[in-house]
Design a binder for this molecule. Sequence first.
Ligand code: AMP
Length: 437
Amino acid sequence: MKQTFRSIKGTFDILPDRYEIDGSVVEASAAWVELEQTIRNVLSRFLFAEIRPPMLEELAVFERGVGESTDIVSKEMFTVPRLRETYVLRPEITASVMRAYLQHRLDQRAGSQRLFYIGPCFRAERPQKGRFRQFHQFGAEFIGSSDARADAEIIAAMIAVYRALGISDGRLRLNSLGSPGARTRYKSALQAYLARYESDLSETSRQRLQSNPLRILDTKDERERKLLDEAPRLTGFLEPDDVAHFDRLTGFLDDLSIPFQIDPLLVRGLDYYSRTAFELESDELGAQSALAGGGRYDGLAEVLGSSVPVPGVGFAAGIERLFLALQSRGAHMAAQAKPDVFLVALGSTAERWSVRHAQELRDAHLSVAFDTLGRSMKAQMKEANRLGAAMAVIVGEQELETRTALVRDMRVGEQTSVPFDQLQDYVTRRIREGSSA
Ligand code: AMP
């Protein structure tokens, strides 16, 4: 038997029509395009400009940028060995954006930079509903301002994208991780507290106790959550400037009528955050409830080699999760485009005619399809119907002789003869008038 191939587990094809795979519905490519267009429209109202970094980066960009002790870097990266170097398929895009920002000296441009991206990311996680190995993110980064207004802009832009798509009930959880000094002091206090209960901790948490104790705050383990009830809170360790920044941000969110919950246990899985951290969740997503997340990363530029600190704040959102949320509320999503015109040609002279006329009609901005399988008139009409064509233009020997085509408005079932030289005007007018014509 011949060898056949399937897409790698946790990856999927986006096809002209929607389909189901492993319990997930993959939307049609037209729905992806429409969604991306909405994202672009909304983010450009906030003056975010698109950046498209490469999908391959040096390993160190993420080792340093995201943090070696994080799950993403320690367990989930797809590495690509190449001669003496190791590249990785990006697991997220913020570190790439900052790498590009520093490489191209965007800091030397006037003022702050507002950038957004849309594209695939790669993580070697166990595939399940809402969790893939190649998935897509969109996000925005506001680089160069440490003001809480930048944090508010990022959150407002994120919320605006979901609102534009009819999702306005996401739960926004918000926390301040403080500045590095506050976090170091808190880390020690948390370590000291949890060390007393080390034997009650899970294997993973015991490891994290040394490497990254803040991540234990994320635990789903009921027993550990109980322990955390009594644990010291990061809030108590914040410096006055951290508190002032957070108060200003929450004030702006109130002014913008963006509801949020303060969650002192929210830490996020990436190392580079400082001060603001947030996550947007939806109840419709099941176990993978995070639609988007983000925060401030004032230390990122320096770990990526900048000699001066560069403040920044951003969000990253999953497109597959967004589709899941839309699907669960039965949203109508764009499907494959239907032809304006299907040319039905009978005989070789008519076939030549149809190839040429297809071009003329397309030059007049109509979408045109025709048969290439030499099918019967009946089969060609059936195909026009299947494709949802608005009009069928039928040409055979007789029509060529009289230089008139038979034009059928498929939407209302009306048929009429139209001279060739009036065909384009006639069809264009009918299409513009819509099916009520
Ligand atoms: P993170 O940077 O891990 O918070 O990811 C940002 C967003 O990307 C999440 O809130 C999810 O919506 C989405 N996301 C992360 N990992 C995956 C994955 N493996 N599959 C699908 N979506 C993901």
